[in-house]
Write a protein that binds this ligand. Sequence first.
Ligand code: FES
Ligand code: FES
Length: 145
Amino acid sequence: MLSLTINGGEYASRAEVGDTLAETLREELGLTGTKIACGAGHCGACTVLLDGVPTLSCITLAHTVGGRAVTTIEGLREHPLVDAFVRTDAVQCGFCTPGQIVSASALVAANPSPSPDEIRHAMAGNLCRCGTYPRIEEAIATWRD
Ligand code: FES
Ligand code: FES
């Protein structure tokens, strides 16, 4: 049995060696806010935080997480970024949105007033097929409004 610390709670997982963190979160633990799109480390849809660091959960094996704290989008329900994404209409299909917000939360934790270039640099690993990038940038720039 694998022990995982997720959003401040302790979870017992039956993840087998080779199971990814993304699969474990979604299929075993019911934390389906984390999305899987490419499944190969290219798009950022599966981003979670490991000890505050954005991490692609689709290419992270559950058994390598160890004692690090996992934060998923479910753990960020109260984060002002959620309202900012809604207020700025930064969501179209919404599939990329959990990963965008998770990555943005790490950015604003380290740098509460990021410049446009800093936002683009920090968010470069999160793709949006709907092309909402200008609104995502606006949401992050105005996250405390
Ligand atoms: S689903 Fe993980 S990077 Fe695309
Ligand atoms: S809102 Fe559709 S992929 Fe980003």
